[in-house]
Design a protein around this ligand. Sequence first.
Ligand SMILES: Nc1ncnc2c1ncn2[C@@H]1O[C@H](COP(=O)(O)OP(=O)(O)OP(=O)(O)O)[C@@H](O)[C@H]1O
Length: 250
Amino acid sequence: MLLDVKHIKKVYRTRGNETIALRDVDFGVKEGEFVAIMGESGSGKTTLLNITATFDEPTEGKIELNGQDLSKIPSKQIAQFRREELGFVFQDFNVLDTFNNKDNILLPLVLSDVPKHEMEKRLDEVSAFVGIESLLNKYPYEISGGQRQRIAIARALINQPKLLLADEPTGNLDSATSSQILDVLRSVNEAGNTIMMVTHSVKAASEAARVLFIKDGKIFHEVYRGKADSQAFQERIAESLSVLNDRGEK
Ligand SMILES: Nc1ncnc2c1ncn2[C@@H]1O[C@H](COP(=O)(O)OP(=O)(O)OP(=O)(O)O)[C@@H](O)[C@H]1O
């Protein structure tokens, strides 16, 4: 298993209030898998992603990436770990307007002291893969949302991370652009990269091979695409969501 999420519980304590955001969440992600996580607002998806990303720590349980217990990484090495082992794609792109697109993509390599010729080689590869060669010398504010998300995906891939974490990557895009970004994510996965993606979108989730449904901080259900085509898988996902919501209303 590349990612092992072991009996995670997360309790937020704020001024006497206690919120149990995750309870006994337990699953694994194999190398090369594409897993989507769905659930209603407040069900714990972002909490799970944040803990996997080492932005936060579980109250109980542990997460291992390639056998490495995330809680054992010394705090001084956390930033380096994130930069070298994980890639991030967010809803709001998180690219820096003060750098041009090329420097945005290269930033993780600069911070990791990768030699210049290696940087150029990886930049060429990743730019061709994501289809952004003509955008490299522009700035993020000069390009469209979909193009910005491509830059963010290139930046996430440039360090050849073990795991790509995506939080609602099509949330700020129109449907045509979303489809293009989903195509990119599919090819990223087909090239062997492991992806864990939080999404509200049935269409986005249907790109994954497996969808986990979270409800009230617990994994409630999961579906595998198997041999289903995209349309059939979307119907199954939508059906699972309606069961999830129905039971919530009772
Ligand atoms: N920093 C925090 N302090 C206290 N409670 C929090 C904090 N972050 C999240 N929560 C609570 O934990 C629960 C899970 O929240 P989380 O953000 O993980 O849900 P989500 O499924 O990602 O929701 P959304 O789809 O709206 O982003 C919610 O009840 C939320 O109010």
